[in-house]
Ligand binder design. Structure first.
Ligand SMILES: [Fe+2]
Ligand SMILES: [Fe+2]
Length: 198
């Protein structure tokens, strides 16, 4: 049985650090508002937002061991940067602990860190809401991304992926921490956006 949003909120308040919990609520409300804006299922957006970081309290070692125990496959990039695994482990917890069976919600959680080409509406909404929620640090380009988020999902995806890739590439460990899905998603949404602009 799927737990109610309120039940999940109460559990997460005990599990997550205060700052992570506040971020979680910010993502939940932002995802719900975006679902209203784009005609997606508001309740499902709430579940996706609430649960997206539900595994983030675990250490990398713990996530790797949960993956091994449950037959969740991971890449070389994920083994080297196991914090990326909180998306896959989070989707696993959403189903096992919180009773979420809605595939759309599970896949939104699964893809919220890397993105990928050809995402669903809910997948894009969660990815974007995670980046723009009101508690996020005010980066120089944040205002532009926030405006795009309520105008055109593909444009917002393109902008976020562009800034994420620039950020990762500036850091020394950049290329290693970069999941190929993120690079593929960037190419996909840059093209989608350019096609839209004509
Ligand atoms: Fe996350
Ligand atoms: Fe997050």
């Amino acid at each position: 049985m799927m737990k109610t949003l309120e039940e999940i909120q109460e559990e997460l308040e005990h599990v997550l650090r205060k700052k992570r919990f506040q971020h979680t609520l910010g993502v939940r409300y932002t995802a719900q508002a975006m679902a209203m804006c784009f005609g997606e299922d508001v309740a499902m957006a709430g579940y996706a937002g609430m649960l997206h970081d539900c595994a983030k309290y675990l250490s990398g070692e713990e996530m790797l061991s949960i993956c091994k125990k449950n037959g969740i496959r991971y890449s070389e990039t994920e083994r080297a940067n196991p914090s990326l695994l909180h998306a896959k482990v989070g989707a696993h917890f959403a189903r096992e602990r919180y009773g979420v069976e809605e595939e759309g919600v599970l896949s939104a959680i699964r893809w919220h860190t890397t993105g990928k080409p050809g995402m669903s509406g809910l997948e894009k909404i969660l990815f974007i809401a995670d980046y723009i929620e009101p508690g996020r640090k005010m980066l120089p380009h944040m205002e532009e991304v926030r405006r795009a988020a309520f105008r055109d999902l593909d444009e917002a995806m393109y902008l976020i992926l562009f800034h994420t890739l620039s950020y990762l590439r500036e850091r020394d460990e950049g290329e290693e921490a970069l999941d190929h899905y993120t690079a593929d998603a960037y190419d996909f949404y840059r093209e989608a956006w350019e096609r839209m602009k004509g």
